[in-house]
Ligand binder design. Sequence first.
Ligand code: ZN
Length: 189
Amino acid sequence: MPENEKQQIISKLYEKVLGPYSKSNGRKHVVVKLEDGTYQTISYPKYLMEEHLGRRLDPELETVDHIDSNHYNDEISNLRLMPREEHSSFDTRRVKLIELVCDMCGEKFQRTPRIIRIKARLGKRGYFCSRRCSGRYGRLLALKKIKKMKKQQHVESEYYKKKYLEGDLVEQGHPQATLTPEDILITVE
Ligand SMILES: [Zn+2]
């Protein structure tokens, strides 16, 4: 079927949606008509997520990720809404660093909520200011000279909390929305 005869999608969010069209790299996109009559190109997975959630995404804060890392698998079950990387220029201004105390040397240090989230997800134990301190912990643990430390706590950056825990996604039944502020706050000594 030629591209221009592609079936039009019924949309809750846009006046008109054309596509999906495939780029030469195999990734798909749709062309949407906005209220003001202008057209915009949106990646197909992002568009599917928008229709699924019944709202447009915030391009500065949200992105859509393929869970299985296969960029051609646009099944809605394979798509998830992600906050944009906190190291992007937009976010660095907003990210509040979390102050921590190294479990090994007692020095204060700072981490971005994103790094803390990643480590918590990996089930990392203890908070260490450096590789040197985490290495020392590993060696002492191997020698049974130290007890296993507590698993790192999940933490959310302020904007992420606002967006995902207090925002409209709570109503959408987003999995992150089930967390209470107590679940995500970490105790800083
Ligand atoms: Zn340290």
